[in-house]
Structure formats: structure tokens, C-alpha cells
Design a protein around this ligand. Structure first.
Ligand code: C2E
Ligand code: MG
Ligand code: MG
Ligand code: MG
Length: 275
């Protein structure tokens, strides 16, 4: 113990031995076996029509339950999975499970119009993502138009061939949404050229919508932008009735957030939405 201390009593770690580095290495080791050990599962968060409360879709959100670490949030492992390349395996698994779930709900008597799945930039670097998606749609039997892939602005702007891959996806009939819209840098010219159907207003703009004039202005501007480009706009992170009312008043009739439901397990979704 004493030996680990430096002359003035402070502990000294080489950068690679830093707590964070060790932690990352440990996470990485665990992560690599997470799928084979059955530790990953999906939650689904409802997307609703504000005025009617109708379910219009769900977003699949991956969860990692490690026996020692407990529930590790995606913000702690997605970027690691991207850095190590594991995201390709994980992303494919997520997509397959999500598509399969749509068919299962349908068999159980619940019609969920649309499934949204997040894609990361790394999944575009492998070449044809459309053939992978197409295979999964065929295997599961889900109709392409019921799948919506979510990408962030940075995926589009920073991936060399993003445009090509996105067009490929469009040509097999799947939908595309821009996630966290307004937080990245996006070019409106790109937006115009791309076969995108949906903008998701980032929840940072929704949070203080009734108290912060700037957030309010941004939210309204995104809604207007979507309208004028014939895109549907959905607000993320809607937590209060006031926020929902504000959105409706300004022409945004789609929302996702804790006010409606947290991300839940498939059976919980079935219980709540089955008529
Ligand atoms: P995202 O795609 O923007 O997903 C929305 C996040 O906001 C989710 O966090 C969701 O639980 C959270 N959220 C929803 N409603 C509310 C609300 O009313 N209030 C608050 N405070 N939060 C709300 P989650 O599940 O922790 O996921 C975080 C991010 O991790 C996602 O952001 C997405 O970028 C990424 N992610 C999750 N699953 C996947 C996946 O399967 N593949 C990839 N590539 N990324 C994923
Ligand atoms: Mg998303
Ligand atoms: Mg988002
Ligand atoms: Mg996000």
C-alpha cells in the first residue's frame, strides 16, 4: 500500500493504469462476451400521438445486465462497443430482436405500427448495411416500411458514404429518422437531398420548453422546418403535460418520453397497449 504512494504521499498511476483505463479494459472484456452470455436485452419506449394518445411506434433501446456490474447504461457501453468494433455484432443482434418482437406482438394481438432502431456510425463503415437489414427483414417477416432506422446528424455528416448507404436503405423500403436533431451540426442541403421521413427533436430542447425562450424558439423552428420539408417531427424526452400541450399548440403531434412511458419490457408494453 505504502509502496504505491509517491514521495509526497500521493498515489501515482501511469495513464494506462488510471482508474478509468482499468475500468474501460474491464468493461471491454465483459462486453465482448455479453451477447453469448445472454446479458443483453431490449426495452421499448412508446411513441404516441399527443392529441389521441394512440401508439404510433416504439423505439428499441438496448440494455446490458452484467452479473457483477449490474445494469450498465448504454451511454457507458455504446461508445466502447463502437471503438472495439463490437457494435457490428451488437447492432445486428438488436435489429434482429427488435424486428422479431414486432412479429411476436402481432401474434399476441398487439399492433405496433412502427419499430425504431438506433444505428451507429460504425455500422455504416462496413459497407452495405442495406443487405444486412434486408436479410433480417426477410428472416423475421417484418414489412420494411414498419422499420425506421435512427441516425444522428454526425453519422450523416462524418461518414463518407453515408449518402449511398442511406439511399440503399431507402430503396429497400425502410424509413429513416434523424435522432437528437439540433444537437449536431447538420447541413440543410443534406437534409433536402436525403430520403429522411422524420426529425426527432432532441430532449435538451424539450426540457425547459416552457421556461427557456431559446429552447422554445429552437423547438418551434424545428417543427416549422419539418413541416415545410414534409417531414414528420417527434419530440424526445417529453416529461410533462405542459410540454406535450406546448408541442401540440405549435404543430407537433408526436412525442416520446416519460410522461407517456419509460422504456419497458415487451410484456409490459403488451399489457398497457393491448386493447
Ligand atoms: P436516444 O436514441 O436518443 O434514445 C433516447 C434516450 O432518452 C433513451 O436513453 C431513453 O431512455 C431516454 N429517454 C426517453 N424519454 C425520456 C424522458 O422523458 N426523460 C429523460 N430524461 N430521458 C428519456 P437510453 O436508453 O439510456 O439510451 C441512450 C442512448 O444510447 C440512445 O439515445 C442511443 O443514442 C444509444 N442507444 C440505445 N440503444 C442503442 C442501440 O441499440 N444501438 C445504438 N447504436 N445506440 C443505442
Ligand atoms: Mg434514438
Ligand atoms: Mg435521441
Ligand atoms: Mg441520444
Amino acid at each position: 500500500q505504502a509502496k504505491a504512494r509517491g514521495r509526497n504521499g500521493y498515489r501515482f498511476y501511469a495513464p494506462s493504469m488510471s482508474g478509468e483505463g482499468v475500468e474501460r479494459l474491464r468493461l471491454e472484456t465483459f462486453l465482448r462476451r455479453s451477447l453469448e452470455k445472454d446479458e443483453m436485452f431490449l426495452n421499448y419506449q412508446p411513441q404516441v400521438e399527443i392529441d389521441t394518445g394512440r401508439l404510433v411506434g416504439v423505439e428499441a433501446l438496448v440494455r446490458w445486465n452484467h452479473p457483477e456490474l449490474g445494469l450498465v447504461p448504454p451511454n457507458r457501453f455504446i461508445s466502447l462497443a463502437e471503438d472495439t468494433g463490437y457494435i457490428n455484432q451488437l447492432g445486428k443482434w438488436v435489429l434482429y430482436q427488435a424486428c422479431l418482437q414486432m412479429v411476436r406482438w402481432q401474434e399476441a394481438g398487439l399492433w405496433v405500427p412502427k419499430m425504431a432502431v438506433n444505428l451507429s456510425a460504425k455500422q455504416f463503415e462496413r459497407g452495405s448495411i442495406a443487405s444486412m437489414v434486408g436479410d433480417i427483414l426477410r428472416e423475421t417477416g417484418l414489412e420494411p416500411h414498419r422499420l425506421q432506422l435512427e441516425v444522428t446528424e454526425s453519422v450523416i455528416m462524418n461518414t463518407g458514404d453515408a449518402m449511398v448507404f442511406i439511399n440503399d436503405l431507402h430503396s429497400i423500403g425502410v424509413g429513416l429518422a434523424i435522432d437528437d436533431f439540433g444537437t449536431g451540426y447538420s447541413s440543410l442541403a443534406y437534409l433536402k437531398q436525403m430520403p429522411v421521413q422524420t426529425l426527432k427533436i432532441d430532449r435538451s430542447f424539450i426540457k425547459d420548453i416552457s421556461t427557456d425562450a431559446n429552447d422554445e424558439a429552437i423547438a418551434i423552428a424545428i417543427i416549422q422546418l419539418g413541416k415545410s420539408m414534409n417531414l414528420s417531427v417527434i419530440a424526445e424526452g417529453v416529461e410533462t403535460e405542459q410540454q406535450a400541450a406546448f408541442l401540440l399548440r405549435h404543430g407537433c403531434n408526436l412525442a416520446q418520453g416519460y410522461f407517456y412511458s419509460k422504456p419497458v419490457l415487451p410484456d409490459d408494453l403488451l399489457q398497457r397497449w393491448q386493447s
